[in-house]
Design a protein around this ligand. Structure first.
Ligand SMILES: NC(=O)c1ccc[n+]([C@@H]2O[C@H](COP(=O)([O-])OP(=O)(O)OC[C@H]3O[C@@H](n4cnc5c(N)ncnc54)[C@H](O)[C@@H]3O)[C@@H](O)[C@H]2O)c1
Length: 395
C-alpha cells in the first residue's frame, strides 16, 4: 500500500465527506481499480456501476496535493448535490468506497454478505485498534468494543489466534460493524506504522487505540538479564510510544477536518504502574514510565481533541497469565512453595484474592467499563484510572 497517501488522504476524506454521521471508508487497491483512468471505465467494473456516484481525483503522488484537490472537488460536489460520493477514484492508487457502515462497504466492493442490523451500540461505527488482542484482556476488550458496535482491528503478533478472534467476531456479527486481523510487533516502528495503514485502508480512519500488548518476565536483580529487560521494555514501554506516535498522526488529521471530534489513546497499564513490584522491576518500571508518557502525550495532544489515558487493572486471575494450567502464575507459585501452607491451586488463588478488598480478581468487564468512561468523557485526559477492587488507591 502507499503508506503516506493512505494515512494522510483517507482520514481527511473521511471527515470532509461526512455529514451528520461520520462515514466509514475502504480502499481497494487492486490493479483493475488503480489503473482505471476515467469514470466510464470504472463504471464497467462496479456492481452498482450505472447508478454509482463517482468522484475522480487526478493528483497521484503528493498526499498534500491530493487532499487539496479533494477539498475543492468535494465542496463543489456538496454545492451541487445533497449526498457524498459513493466512490472516490484515486488514480494509480485505487478506489475508495464511502458508506455509513462497514457492511455496506462489503457490498459495494463485491464481498460476500449476510443479513445484518445497522449497529446501534454506544460505539456504533467507531474505528478501534486493540493491540495484543489475540488473547487475555485484549481479546476481551476487542469483543466488548465490537458488541458496542465498533469496527475492531485485532492487532497481535500471534497470527493464528488473532485471525481466529477476528473471524469469530465477523461470523457472529449480526450488526453492520466488522473486525479485521493485522499482524504486528508493537516494539517495531515499521510494523506499527503498517498496522495503522492497514486499519486506515480497511476502515478509513481511527477513533480509538487501546495499547494493550504487554509481556511479563519476573525476576530480581540477580536473575534479570539485560536481554530480558530490553525485551520487556521494548514491548511494554516503547510499544506504547510507537502506538501513540502513528495513531496520533491520523487522529490529528481527522481533528483538522472536523471540529470538536474527540478521539482516544488508551494504554492498558497495571497496578504495578502505581506501586513498586518486588522482583518484578522490569515490568513495574516500564509501567511507571507508561504513566509518564500518558501525562506528557495528554498535554501535547489535547489541542487536537485527542485524549490520552491509562487504565491500571489489578490482577486478572481468570486470564492465562495467572490461570494457565501448565505455566500460569498460580501453578508456578504452588510448585515454588511461594504461598505458605498452600496445597492446591485453589489455595494459592484464595491467598491472592484475600489481598483485594473486593475479594476477587479484575475481569475484562471491569476494565471495559473504565474504557467506556474515558471514551465518553470530553474532560478527562492524562489520567491513570485504577481498576483494582480497592487494592491500590490513589493518594
Ligand atoms: N494479567 C494481569 O493480571 C494483568 C494485570 C494488570 C495489567 N495487565 C496488562 O494487561 C495487558 C494484557 O495482559 P494479559 O494478561 O491479557 O496478557 P496475555 O499474555 O494474556 O496477552 C497478551 C497479548 O499480547 C500479545 N503480544 C505480546 N507481545 C506482543 C508484541 N510485541 N506485539 C504484538 N502483540 C504482542 C500476545 O501475543 C498476547 O495475545 C498487558 O499490558 C498487561 O501488562 C495484565
Amino acid at each position: 500500500m502507499h503508506n503516506a497517501i493512505v494515512n494522510q488522504v483517507l482520514p481527511a476524506l473521511r471527515m470532509m465527506a461526512s455529514g451528520e454521521n461520520v462515514l466509514t471508508l475502504r480502499l481497494d487497491d487492486r490493479e483493475i481499480f488503480a489503473n482505471a483512468t476515467d469514470e466510464q471505465s470504472l463504471r464497467e467494473l462496479l456492481i452498482m456501476g450505472e447508478d454509482a456516484k463517482i468522484l475522480v481525483v487526478d493528483e497521484t503522488t503528493d498526499p498534500t496535493d491530493i487532499v487539496s484537490d479533494l477539498e475543492v472537488k468535494l465542496s463543489m460536489w456538496k454545492e451541487e448535490r445533497e449526498d457524498h460520493p459513493d466512490y472516490v477514484l484515486l488514480k494509480d492508487i485505487g478506489l475508495v468506497a464511502l458508506a455509513q457502515h462497514a457492511a455496506q462497504l462489503d457490498e459495494m466492493l463485491g464481498k460476500d454478505e449476510h443479513d445484518y442490523l445497522v449497529s446501534f451500540g454506544r460505539l456504533a461505527n467507531k474505528i478501534a485498534v486493540v493491540t495484543g488482542a489475540a488473547m487475555g484482556f485484549g481479546s476481551g476488550i476487542a469483543g466488548m468494543l465490537f458488541m458496542e458496535g465498533a469496527n475492531v482491528v485485532i492487532a497481535d503478533w500471534n497470527e493464528v489466534e488473532g485471525q481466529k478472534a477476528a473471524d469469530f467476531l465477523n461470523k457472529e456479527a449480526a450488526t453492520s460493524n466488522r473486525a479485521m486481523f493485522v499482524k504486528v510487533d508493537v516494539s517495531d516502528a515499521a510494523s506499527v506504522e503498517n498496522m495503522i495503514t492497514e486499519t486506515i485502508g480497511f476502515f478509513g480512519g481511527l477513533d480509538l487505540i487501546v495499547s494493550n500488548a504487554g509481556v511479563l518476565r519476573a525476576g530480581g536483580l540477580d536473575e534479570m538479564t539485560p536481554e530480558n529487560f530490553d525485551f520487556m521494555t521494548n514491548v511494554n514501554y516503547k510499544g506504547y510510544f510507537l502506538c501513540a506516535k502513528y495513531s496520533s498522526a491520523v487522529m490529528k488529521i481527522q481533528s483538522k477536518y472536523r471540529e470538536n471530534y474527540f478521539t482516544d489513546i488508551i494504554q492498558i497499564n497495571s497496578k504495578s504502574g502505581l506501586k513498586g513490584s518486588n522482583k518484578n522491576f522490569a515490568y513495574a518500571g516500564g509501567k511507571f514510565g507508561g504513566i509518564g508518557l500518558t501525562q506528557s502525550f495528554a498535554m501535547e495532544l489535547m489541542p487536537f481533541k485527542i485524549k490520552v489515558n491509562s487504565v491500571c487493572p489489578g490482577n486478572f486471575f481468570e486470564g492465562p497469565l495467572w490461570s494457565d494450567p501448565d505455566k500460569g502464575l498460580f501453578v508456578q507459585y504452588l510448585r515454588a512453595g511461594k504461598v505458605p501452607g498452600a496445597r492446591t491451586i485453589g489455595d494459592v488463588k484464595a491467598f491472592y484474592e484475600k489481598q483485594v478488598p473486593a475479594g476477587r480478581g479484575c475481569r475484562v468487564q471491569d476494565v471495559f467499563r473504565a474504557i467506556l468512561y474515558i471514551i465518553e468523557q470530553e474532560y478527562e485526559t492524562g489520567q491513570a484510572v485504577p481498576v483494582t477492587g480497592g487494592q491500590n488507591m490513589l493518594n
